[in-house]
Design a protein around this ligand. Structure first.
Ligand code: FMN
Length: 209
């Protein structure tokens, strides 16, 4: 009986050690996370667990959003061959071939809405002029969550650079009314860049410009 218990404890410890190789949330305050985040562009090639990806996406979806519209949509790519094929060409290739996952942050650019003040009128498709802001807030939350988990990531530009986003949208089957805001490779950092000091009091105008 005692031997059985010892074996179970040892097995549990082994599982904990194995799971521990994937980054877990670190005990950092929100301000620590915000102030120490930096873009990471080089990764070890290790995968990012589904659990961590879901935590990261949950943070993305917790962002503020105009009229609670939640226009964000995410395409998550973890397949290495696909990552290399879809994102790996050109000068940015290294970060995409060594990342453990890529999150493509997309936004629905239209919304079904009744004209204001006409509650009985039929809904019609109108442009969602806030998709870009909403999805940017989601992207920043993603970057912060990645960093809080001890992983690294970088925002790479998408919209409005059509020449960048069109091939990715086509390769991933993204519909026409969904735009790619940015592409975020995520992985176990293989570099440890120092956060840039961006504090510039001259950029602030107290009370009046
Ligand atoms: C809208 C936007 C587009 C960006 N595009 C790229 C990009 O295409 N490639 C890249 O390596 N970094 C890109 N970045 C990351 C910036 O270069 C980076 O945030 C900036 O240099 C500040 O460094 P930090 O993130 O380490 O504080 C982008 C960031 C933003 C917000």
């Amino acid at each position: 009986m005692k031997t059985l218990r010892t074996i179970s404890i040892m097995a549990a410890l082994a599982v904990m050690l194995l799971c521990g190789s994937q980054a877990q949330a670190q005990d950092k305050s929100a301000m620590d996370v915000i102030m120490s985040r930096t873009s990471v562009r080089s990764f070890t090639g290790d995968p990012v667990s589904k659990e961590n990806l879901e935590t990261i996406l949950k943070a993305g979806m917790a962002a503020p959003t105009a009229m609670n519209g939640q226009p964000w949509r995410f395409v998550v790519v973890t397949d290495k061959d696909k990552m290399a094929k879809v994102f790996g060409a050109g000068p940015r290739s290294k970060m995409f071939t060594t990342a453990g996952a890529v999150i493509v942050v997309c936004g629905q650019t239209t919304v079904m809405r009744r004209p204001f003040g006409q509650p009985d009128a039929p809904e019609k498709e109108v442009p969602n002029m806030f998709w870009y802001e909403d999805c940017s807030a989601a992207a920043e939350n993603i970057l912060l969550a990645v960093h809080a988990l001890g992983l690294g990531a970088v925002w790479t530009a998408g919209y409005p650079a059509e020449e960048r986003i069109a091939p990715i949208a086509q390769a991933l089957g993204i519909p026409d009314n969904i735009k790619i805001l940015c592409v975020i490779p995520i992985g176990v950092p293989a570099e440890n860049p120092k956060p840039k000091d961006k504090w510039k009091p001259e950029n602030i105008h107290w009370e009046q410009w």
